[in-house]
Write a protein that binds this ligand. Structure first.
Ligand code: KG4
Ligand code: ZN
Length: 300
């Protein structure tokens, strides 16, 4: 609910900034520049961060740098790794699923996006169908592990030769499967079997196997289309998923490319990756000013 999210940002931003400074053991006087996400994302929440950052920069008389959220995700594997350029980064989160080619710390190009649901969103929606709670990704992974990530139901993989992602068909396939077997009541929007029915783990396992296959297939196509790619990286909240990570790593090995993924705290949304991306721009004096605004769609 965007309205609730932006109100929550208003309540939290000041204590979080204060807490971050305290944790780092520094004061605002020691901050030389402020990096802030200016899109893509929920405009109401982004505006809270942007207005706060601009006010802080104005009051402290320090420069400000706008950071594209997806660019920050795609650079996050480089926070703690020395990755050869250009590298391919799959960024998969609750709001985005994209493939980018990262040419340098300052330059990258998105070569594929999702046409509908983001991968994390699909995890969350399937978890909701199974009455598992939020966020769905970690719970689905845990359940799938109980079934050794076996593929029981062979959900569709969208075996086209194009790069784009699409996850809504997969989610609908799970829904129809549940309804067909009488395991889901569509009017009450409820999973009808008991809480720890083994079916849940079987569906979770098959769903995760499909998502993993889809991701590996897109990376394989990207490698065929862009042989200049030197390494593969995986970022965003979904990159916490050990099963998908292992499969992508295996794909990278088959194609003789090194594989990199950030530690989990740099996978899910985090300010460190925004600071890191902003720092790259600040080093080359690519500052913004008080006219900094949310990214327009065509610039994303
Ligand atoms: O990057 P992130 O923290 O926020 C967004 O920008 O959305 O990603 C959150 C998403 C959620 O949809 C969550 O279900 C998914 O990341 N996620 C996972 C796992 N951990 C988090 N998906 C699959 N497996 C996981 N282990
Ligand atoms: Zn994100």
């Amino acid at each position: 609910m965007p309205e609730v999210a932006s109100r929550s940002h208003i309540q939290k931003i000041q204590p979080i900034v204060h807490g971050a400074l305290q944790k780092a053991g520094i004061t605002l006087d020691e901050i030389d520049c402020i990096a802030v996400t200016n899109g893509p994302g929920l405009p109401g929440s982004l505006l809270v961060g942007l207005c706060f950052a601009k006010s802080l920069a104005f009051a402290r008389k320090i420069p400000i740098v706008g950071v594209n959220h997806i660019h920050a995700h795609a650079l996050s594997p480089a926070i703690e790794n020395n990755i050869p350029f250009p590298y391919l980064c799959l960024t998969a989160s609750g709001g985005h699923t994209s493939l980018s080619i990262v040419y340098s710390m300052l330059e990258q190009r998105t070569i594929a996006n999702t046409r509908d649901d983001a991968a994390g969103e699909a995890f969350d929606k399937v978890a909701k169908l199974l009455n598992l709670g939020y966020p769905g990704g970690p719970i689905i992974e845990q359940l799938a592990r109980e079934q050794q990530f076996k593929d029981f139901f062979a959900y569709p993989r969208a075996k086209h030769k194009e790069l784009f992602f699409s996850f809504s068909g997969l989610k609908t396939a799970v829904l129809y499967h549940l309804m067909q077997e009488g395991w889901y009541d569509r009017t009450q929007k409820k999973f009808t079997q008991e809480e720890n029915h083994p079916l849940k783990a079987m569906i979770a396992s098959s769903f995760l196997a499909s998502v993993s296959d889809i991701m590996v297939s897109r990376i394989t196509i990207a490698l065929q289309q862009h042989p200049e790619i030197q390494a593969i990286a995986f970022a965003g909240g979904v990159a916490c998923n050990q099963f998908i990570k292992t499969n992508i790593e295996q794909c990278a090995r088959q194609h003789n490319r090194p594989f990199f993924a950030p530690r989990p705290s740099y996978c899910t949304d985090n300010a460190a990756m925004v600071a890191f991306a902003g720092y790259q721009k600040a080093k080359t004096c690519q500052f913004d000013d008080q006219t900094l605004d949310l990214l327009r769609w065509q610039n994303i």
